[in-house]
Design a protein. Structure first.
Length: 551
């Protein structure tokens, strides 16, 4: 029998089987969905009531915090007093209009968790809700009216070692922002106290009564018996509280509903007796499986191609995650190792040899610490939405000194690779830029030079200021050139895409393909640009970073 005829027969037999199985499965599924929706609608008031109690709890917190902040003319004194006297307050925060955190100072951070809170504050401040922001992930959407020098308020959810944290933010007339980090254990205890008693039974609404024709008799009987249970789980799906019929907590939830902000990562789970939901039949599944098995014989090539493509993409992302995890682990391991060695040398620091050894090891610690900081900054840049303005902190910066310091960090590794690094800075004045953005871009560019330029090569960093008389603006330009193999024209835009590499063979230098993506996003976030020049200065690759200079 010809192969085409054989495949056509398979299709003629398999297609009706798949269609019949699909129609049967859809009919059963529709019945189950309708039953679940009716039951969920019947019990929706339970979810609404529980969620409303939690919203009222946090609204009450906001009102009390407003009163406390408005009592004192000094916001700093108010925050110190609230930390001492108000149990719900864990830490106060003040951010000036430029985005710099001015409170707490080191002397204000006390307690056994001071180190943990201090480490989390910079990220928390960068991600705080902006004025007029109504993001569901950060704000409850309800602005709490206040008096005095404060104008708006919003909630923020943040994550620390002990789980989800809640921060209350208020914006002042002068553009500064005041935040209050709530004590997690306290608001969880208050939340549980606001919910129904765990021995309470989840009942159908008693308002459902039988009608004359008996059309609601079954619903009325359902309303008279306990039919469900509710559980509250946190962001890690850990059980926080439950109430209703204990036997039903082990059953799959009928409905999963997120809480209203600021606890949008928490969930209510509604459980009911499975006897109330129609059971499914395996026949449609068997019928459809048989038909699909036959169809696979005729379309196997296309399916195989699709699977191979998906597997390739999955491997790429898994490799990326593994490489990043490895890169983050290695510096930490070196830091711990050399710290222990330095401590051991301190015990024998009685001669110059021991002192020199300790100095070398401390130098390694400093180098690895900087490396870890760059890696973490890069990962944060990848997850930050492109072009988001939060996080840019302009301040007067000596560009020559900044670039010289970055070059000094790479001097040992360039020397080991047989490369030379030269800096030419024609910018003598201090300029208002975010030094972290400049460093992030240059670090990624120099890392690529170190990987791809062969031994004996050179790299030159040049910087100057460009004046635009017509627009009365100035622009900082930093050019990084090398004499390496360069980048082909066909790949000049591809290299800025995440996970894209020109050479992805096993012999290519290790990397994840996100360095240039991180660098360009950092430049755009600063309002500037990072481009690859089509006319390289030294014959290799030439990247140009341009940043507008703030006033």
């Amino acid at each position: 029998m010809p192969r085409r005829l054989f495949l056509a027969l398979i299709l003629l037999v398999a297609a009706p089987m798949v269609l019949l199985g699909w129609m049967s499965a859809n009919a059963i599924k529709a019945s189950q969905v309708a039953a679940k929706e009716n039951l969920a609608t019947l019990l929706s008031s339970q979810l609404y009531d529980a969620d409303r109690r939690i919203v009222q709890l946090f609204d009450g917190y906001a009102l009390r915090l407003n009163e406390q902040l408005d009592e004192s003319p000094s916001v700093f004194e108010a925050l110190r007093r609230m930390r001492r006297e108000v149990p719900i307050v864990r830490q106060g925060i003040v951010v000036d209009p430029s985005g710099t955190m001015v409170f707490p100072r080191p002397s204000d951070s006390v307690g056994i968790d001071a180190t943990e809170v201090a480490a989390a504050l910079p990220g928390m401040v960068d991600a705080r809700p902006l004025p007029n922001a109504n993001s569901d992930s950060q704000s409850s959407g309800a602005k709490i009216a206040s008096k005095g020098t404060f104008t708006e308020s919003a909630w923020q959810q943040w994550y620390m070692a002990d789980g989800a944290q809640v921060v209350y933010w208020r914006t002042r007339d002068d553009g500064s922002t005041v935040g209050v980090l709530l004590e997690r254990s306290r608001w969880i205890a208050d939340l549980i106290a606001a919910l129904p008693d765990h021995r309470g039974r989840l009942m159908a609404p008693s308002s459902l009564r039988p009608t004359e024709g008996g059309s609601k008799v079954e619903l009325a009987e359902l309303a008279a018996t306990p039919i469900g249970s509710l559980t509250l789980v946190d962001e890690a799906k850990r059980l926080v509280y439950r109430w209703g019929e204990v036997d039903e907590f082990s059953l799959p939830p009928l409905v999963t509903s997120p809480l209203s902000p600021p606890l949008a990562s928490w969930q209510f789970r509604l459980h009911v007796d499975q006897s109330l939901i129609p059971s499914s039949s395996a026949f449609p599944t068997y019928l459809s499986s048989a038909g699909i098995a036959l169809l696979l014989l005729s379309v196997g090539f296309y399916v195989l191609t699709s699977v191979q493509r998906q597997v390739s993409e999955a491997k790429s992302r898994v490799n990326f995650a593994g490489q990043v995890s490895h890169e983050l682990r290695t510096p930490l391991t070196n830091i711990r190792l050399y710290t222990e060695l330095a401590e051991s040398d301190l015990k024998r620091i009685t001669n110059s040899d021991a002192s020199e050894s300790l100095a070398r090891r401390l130098e390694v610690i400093d180098h690895e610490s900087r490396r870890l900081q760059r890696l973490v900054s890069g990962v944060l840049e990848m997850i930050r939405p492109s072009g988001k303005p939060i996080g840019v902190r302009r301040e007067p910066t000596d560009i020559g000194e900044l670039i010289g310091g970055i070059a000094e960090q790479f001097t040992p590794s360039f020397k080991a690779a047989g490369l030379t690094l030269q800096t030419v800075c024609r910018c003598r004045d201090q300029v208002s830029v975010d030094g972290d953005v400049v460093e992030m871009v240059l670090v990624n560019l120099l890392s690529n030079v170190e990987k791809y330029v062969p031994r004996g090569g050179q790299c030159v960093i040049e910087c100057d200021l460009l004046d635009d008389a017509s627009a009365s603006t100035r622009t900082l330009r930093v050019v990084v050139s090398d004499d390496g193999p360069g980048i082909a024209t066909a790949h000049q835009e591809k290299i800025f895409r995440p996970f894209q590499r020109v050479d992805d063979s096993i012999h290519a230098p290790s990397g994840t393909g996100i360095g240039l993506t991180i660098a360009r996003r950092a430049a755009v976030r600063h309002g500037g640009a990072l481009v690859l020049s089509s006319e390289p200065r030294l014959g290799g690759a030439t990247f140009t970073l341009t940043l507008p200079i703030g006033d």
